[in-house]
Each structure stands twice: as C-alpha cells, then as structure tokens.
Design a protein around this ligand. Structure first.
Ligand code: TXA
Ligand code: MG
Length: 352
C-alpha cells in the first residue's frame, strides 16, 4: 500500500477541499492518520468493525485495548452512549473540545472491536481544527489511537507517523507539530466517583474544580502489582518506550546533575552510547554524552511538548542508555512523570 501524505496548514479556517479525499477514505473503511492537539491519531470509522480491526493490525496492537471515538460536537456523543450523566455534561462544557476523554457506558451502535469488548466506550472531542474538520466531513465518529506502532512513543510530528506507518495506512494528514504533546486525560465516569485513568493536560486540579471529588486509578500510583488491573487496558503495557534503557534521576538539582555525570562516565567507560535528558536550565552542565534539552523546567508545557520527540530522537541516535532528570508531578507534571516513569519501567535513582 502506498501511504499518501498531504500537507495541511493548521491555521483556521482549514482548507476543507484538502480533506475531502481523507474523509472519503474514512467512509470507505480505510485508515487516515491526522493531527490532534495532543498527539497524532490513526483514524478509522468507529462504527465499522472491519475498519477498526485494520487499526489493530497497522499498529500491532493487542485487540483487548480499546480505541477512543472522536466526535465533532455534542450531537455526535448521543448515539454512542447509553446515557449522558450530569458529570459528563459538566466536564464537556468545561473542557471540550480539548484534551480530555470520557469513559461512558456504550450504546449498541459501537462495535466490540472499537470498545475492545468492554461495555463502555471512550469518547473525545478534539480541539485541533484539522481533526475537527475531518470528523465533520466524514460524517461518522472516528476511532483513533495514537498513530505509533504499539509500544513506541506517541507521534507528535507527521514524520513520526511516517516512520511507523508508511506502507501500512492509506493517508497521513501533515498538520505540523501538535500543541500539547502528551495524550488526553482519561476520566472514567461509569463509577460512583469520577476517576482519572490516565493523566493529561486537563489536570486533576482542573477536574476537581468542576466535579469536586475525583479519584486516581490505583494503577497510576506506581508499578503494577500482579493483582492490580488498570481500568484503561492500555495502561498496563510498557508504553511510550524508547529502544534504549531509560533511567530517571530524582532529587536535589545539583545532586541530580552530578549523579547523572558520574553514571554517564561509567557507561562511556563500558563502551556504551549514552543520552541525557536535560532542560534548558541544565543542558550546559553535562560535558559528556549526547545531551538533549526537553524544554524549560520553568514551563511544563514545553516539556510535555518535546517529551516524545526527544525519546524518538534518542532511538534514531542509537543510544544504549538514557539518563533523565525528573520533574514535579503536579499539574501537567503528573502526565509528564507518568509517561517518563512508564518509559523507564519505573527505574529511578533517588539522590539526597
Ligand atoms: O490524546 C489522545 O487520547 C490520543 C489522540 C489521538 O486522541 N489518543 C490516544 O489513544 O492516546 P490510545 O489508543 O493511544 O490510548 C487510549 C487509551 C488506552 O490506554 C485504552 O486502554 C484506554 O484509552 N481506553 C479506551 N477505551 C477505554 C474504555 N472503554 N475503558 C477504559 N479505558 C479505555
Ligand atoms: Mg497510544
């Protein structure tokens, strides 16, 4: 299969004539990768079981890991769910369109392939103008996981999608770099209390402001014990993983820098290629190894934006091991540290 790449200016209004072919592919049961404000998605008609199956095949994704259905407006939500609870209305009003996914009981319209056999469905209304226009023009909800090969860091540039999906999908819409850089916050609304299954740019504090009480899925609190099953099936996989081993170093800033420098020297002596994830503030303090700045420590937005790109760049550089600074785990930092911890398999060195 030849994967067609179409460049689209992500300024509004979006040139819809460039999206007609993509919308037709979706209606015909094909696969189109498209930008959203969080990461690139790999889209298919969410109501077409055969189309949704192609997503699993292209990604090499386990079929028990359900997909998110993307909608363009609130009218698009009704047919997908059994009912819309008050909590969903409140969150939708506050954060849609935007980087938040809601888990609700599904209607019979949603095929089991889309929902991974669960009786719930994940729904999101993205704010990216290209994503929005594509869903509208397609006239169907679009099922879309992140457009990476299963187990690799999520794509934040169209070139990342091409690296993973070239020849496996019909089309890539190239809308440039995404805004946020980490996947949406997933909020489960099927229980007594709303629960965060995956942290993202809609933070715990923002959700609490709207709902009052919000729980954290136990799976977010650390490495999974054998008997703990995350409610979001995807959170059990060692996701977001670079090819190299990743080790986080946490603690007092000067101690972190000197510990990383010592570890890097050891690794180089052992003939390893070493990467360092630093920040704008610290990048000049590492004399050895391949140093990449992930953003400004003073701006979590820049760190989230660059995170997956930096992990992919280290893959391309062929490093054996990466040492990374750690970050605060509140607000957007909660999402950043969740992704870094999972990429590191929770391997952290604590420095006094
Ligand atoms: O930002 C995002 O959410 C991106 C863009 C493309 O929208 N999409 C994304 O999809 O990250 P994906 O498939 O990579 O991650 C979806 C996560 C998985 O962990 C999956 O297990 C979980 O959502 N999920 C989907 N449906 C669910 C359900 N019914 N109950 C619990 N978790 C669900
Ligand atoms: Mg994913």
């Amino acid at each position: 299969m030849i994967t067609k790449v179409i460049k689209i200016n992500d300024e509004e209004p979006v040139d819809r004539s460039k999206l007609r072919e993509a919308a037709q592919i979706i209606r015909d049961g094909g696969l189109v990768a498209f930008p959203t404000e969080t990461v690139y998605g790999l889209g298919a008609n969410a109501l077409d079981a055969e189309a949704a199956k192609k997503i699993y095949a292209a990604k090499g994704r386990p079929s028990d890991n359900p997909l998110i259905a993307h909608i363009a407006d609130m009218e698009g939500l009704k047919p997908l769910v059994r009912e819309i609870p008050e909590s969903a209305k409140k969150l939708a009003r506050a954060f849609w369109p935007g980087p938040m996914t809601l888990i609700l009981y599904k209607s019979r319209l949603v095929p089991d392939t889309t929902s991974g056999g669960l009786d719930t469905v994940a729904v999101r209304m993205p704010s990216d103008p290209i994503a929005h226009a594509l869903i509208e023009l397609s006239g169907v909800p679009i099922a879309a996981p992140s457009a990476n090969t299963s187990g690799r860091p999520s794509p934040t540039l169209a070139s990342h999608v091409k690296d993973d999906m070239d020849g496996r999908i019909d089309m890539i819409l190239d809308g440039g770099a995404v805004k946020v850089g980490v996947e949406s916050t997933i909020v489960d609304l099927t229980g007594e209390t709303a629960a965060i299954l995956r942290p993202g740019a809609v933070t715990e504090a923002m959700l609490k402001e709207v709902l009052g009480k919000v729980d954290l899925d136990p799976a977010l609190k650390g490495p999974l014990a054998e008997n703990v099953h995350p409610k979001a099936p995807g959170m059990k996989y060692r996701h977001y993983a670079p090819k190299a081993e990743l080790v986080l170093v946490d603690g007092q800033p000067d101690g972190v820098v000197s510990t990383i420098n010592a570890k890097v020297r050891e690794a180089i002596d052992a003939n390893k290629r070493v990467g360092i994830i630093a920040t704008e503030e610290s990048r000049n303090r590492y004399p050895l190894g391949i140093v990449k700045s992930i953003g400004r420590r003073s701006s979590e937005e820049t760190i989230a934006h660059n995170l997956f790109r930096v992990l992919r760049e280290f893959d391309d550089a062929g490093v054996d091991i990466i040492y990374s600074e750690s970050f605060k785990s509140d607000d957007l930092g909660q999402a950043i540290m969740n992704r870094l911890m999972k990429a590191a398999g929770y391997h952290t060195i604590f420095v006094m």
